[in-house]
Design a protein around this ligand. Structure first.
Ligand code: SAM
Length: 261
């Protein structure tokens, strides 16, 4: 998978070389290219923003600079060449990338979205700053035939898209085949599978610590009982913390013992 990230603070992404993400690059599962949006400016100040049309506080990221950058990353030929080319101008040109813009006013990024992105060959993330990017940008690339996504990572406003992109990149890339040493670690997790329940609590040794014991059943070696105990805890925790997930469950898929929840 090729991941292009565009930001006015590319240093934010130095951490991509650490830990499992660094190993995934060494293994050839992933390639990151981090770009400074200012490299696509032509003025002496390398400006990427301008005042909002209609007035208001702050600055808005200019569509021209973003488009020059994105056209390059998406292998879209210059507009003049397209005009001279064949008549099928509505046909999509360039790479098959999914284009992702972080935006606090967009739908929330979920595990399902991470799973979808993990199937792409090429992802391009554009980090907003200031009051955000010009609103025509996502619509323009969608009209060019690209799969364009805007996601929020939660109901709060950050200074820029860098942290949001880091979150989405990490959630997505850990799902790639071969990324995790043990594939089961990503199968048995919160928000995963058809039900998407929260995971049960986990415990390690010692069995007794500072007067607190792990649930006795986990020491029993009785796998069916342990599975039942964990399933009950998942249902109980999900009901308490995320009733919206329980409300979406298909009751027909529950077994009789589940139904007490
Ligand atoms: N004026 C925007 C608003 O009120 O919705 C906020 C702009 S924010 C200061 C600047 C940039 O940070 C956004 O364009 C986006 O790329 C990123 N950002 C901030 N909060 C975010 C969040 N919760 N999720 C995803 N991206 C976020």
């Amino acid at each position: 998978m090729l991941i292009d990230i565009v930001s006015v603070f590319p240093e934010y992404f130095d951490v991509l070389n650490l830990s499992l993400l660094g190993k995934a690059q060494e293994k050839g599962l992933l390639e990151f290219r981090v770009h400074n949006l200012r490299d696509w400016t032509h003025d002496v100040h390398h400006s990427v923003d301008d005042t909002p049309v209609g007035g208001g506080a702050g600055m808005v990221m200019k569509p021209e600079v973003w488009a020059q950058c994105l056209d390059d990353l998406l292998d879209i030929p210059p507009l003049e060449d397209i005009a001279q080319a064949d008549e099928q101008t509505s046909e999509k040109r360039g790479s098959n990338a999914i284009l992702v813009f972080p935006n606090p006013s967009a739908p929330t990024f979920t595990q399902k979205d991470a799973t979808e992105l993990s199937h792409a060959d090429h992802l391009v993330f554009g980090c907003g700053r200031y009051e955000g990017y010009d609103g025509r940008l996502p619509a323009y690339y969608a009209a060019q035939g690209f799969d364009v996504r805007e996601y929020s990572i939660g109901d709060y406003v950050l200074n820029g898209g860098e942290v949001a992109v880091s979150v989405m990149v990490e959630a997505t890339t850990r799902l790639l085949d071969g990324f995790m040493g043990n594939h089961d670690s990503i199968v048995e997790e919160s928000y995963t599978g058809s039900e998407g329940l929260l995971e049960h609590r986990q415990y390690t040794k010692p069995a007794s610590w500072r007067g607190m014991d792990v649930p006795e059943i986990l020491l029993s070696g009785h796998h069916a009982n342990i599975d039942r105990f964990r399933r009950d805890e998942e249902l109980r925790r999900t009901s308490a913390i995320r009733p919206d997930i329980i409300a979406r469950l298909d009751c027909r898929a529950l077994d009789k013992k589940d139904r007490k929840f």
